[in-house]
Design a protein around this ligand. Sequence first.
Ligand code: NDP
Length: 442
Amino acid sequence: MSEQAYLEEIFAQVQARNPNQPEFLQAVAEVLSTLAPVIRRRPELQRLGVVERMVEPERIIIFRVSWLDDANRVHVNRGYRVQFNSAIGPYKGGLRFHRSVNASVIKFLGFEQIFKNSLTGLPIGGAKGGSDFDPRGKSEWEIMRFCQSFMTELSRHIGADTDIPAGDIGVGGREIGYLYGQYHRLRNEFTGAITGKGQAYGGSHVRPEATGYGLCYFTEEMLKEKHDSFEGKRVVISGSGNVAVYAHQKATELGATVVAMSDSGGFVYDANGIDLARVREIKDRHGRLSEYAEAYQEGSRGIWNIPCEIALPCATQNELEEQDAKTLVKNGCICIAEGANMPCTPKAVRVFEESGILYGPSKAANAGGVATSALEMAQNSMRYSWDFSKVDARLRDIMVSIYRNASLAAEEYGKAGNLMFGANIAGFLKVADAMLSHGISY
Ligand code: NDP
């Protein structure tokens, strides 16, 4: 059987076992589509079933989360933790609170996290979790009660040496505080079992900024390959949450003008540059971007019609489709780097590849967040705190090394310049080797 046929057979099994999970199947299909040259060179990976094992989570935990609203009415949500792969270290990955959360979304995120965490070069396995709880419109007390109920169950399954959750969509500093507070209360121990914590209780400098900054450091490396930089470029950033805000800050520091940002309702456009302080003021009080009224237009997808040289999708999965990709290319975009997880559909990615513009896949480009979380874990276990510049310098080094490793793997396996290909292979190989070492019953 050819390597390609073998991988197609695995995909057919994954499809049969996971019906109605489109996001998970999309993520698996992308990774499998790049592995044939690796299997050709390393036939023992096929003989010992490494890929078959890697596409099946080690453990999936699904639990009830009941909580009381401010009127004392009972609500029930569903909680998830998918502990996907711990071959290279304890499970690590964020928690997402959004009404769209289901098993497919959490499994796709957990699967991606395996390769992303491996690419950082740090010893962390892949996981993801969350709930279909929608924080929008909830009071401060309702969010606190939900987080406490969620953690009451989750606390049985996590720990500083087992599984270390962090934030994601809908889970920022406030939610991490409530989640950690409840964990601490239940376990009576002060460990680094969650990252993204506040500075006052064990958080790391640069963790809030890390994904957005890391994205820009990675993009800088991509541009350098073409003897180019952020200087003088127009940048479009979708989303206006944690990743988007710090991507704006760093891109601006590096000499670019961020001309547009969005939320799920619409986008703001200003050719002279979006006022970041204003966006942050709105977001800090959980307001809507429509309050930036004079620059606002309805419909979040319209953001991709704005001409720019660099596009940084930083909102959510599949937010940038084939037609959006064609429009970006037609309008002169030279570089796309993904801050969100899997924001570009497979057809959009094909447009970027065929047009020859730079494309940085999420599992490499947005790995700065989890890398800095691993630095937070290191500081927690030492009971020590590094200063901002030290963590920022480490983050930058890690992003440069992720870029180099992805780039080298792409070249070594015959697709020079294709960072999606290189990131998948470089991330896969380290985990595959660890799984081989651990034996088959692993
Ligand atoms: P936030 O919750 O801080 O912000 C999310 C932003 O995306 C908001 O502006 C939100 O708008 C927008 N958004 C969410 N869903 C949709 C949708 N369906 N359509 C359009 N816009 C939407 O999340 P983060 O910034 O933390 O995460 C953004 C992305 O980055 C996610 O894909 C996440 O997985 C990824 N990521 C995050 C990391 C981190 O460290 N935080 C690390 C690595 C990846 P609205 O407020 O209207 O919902």
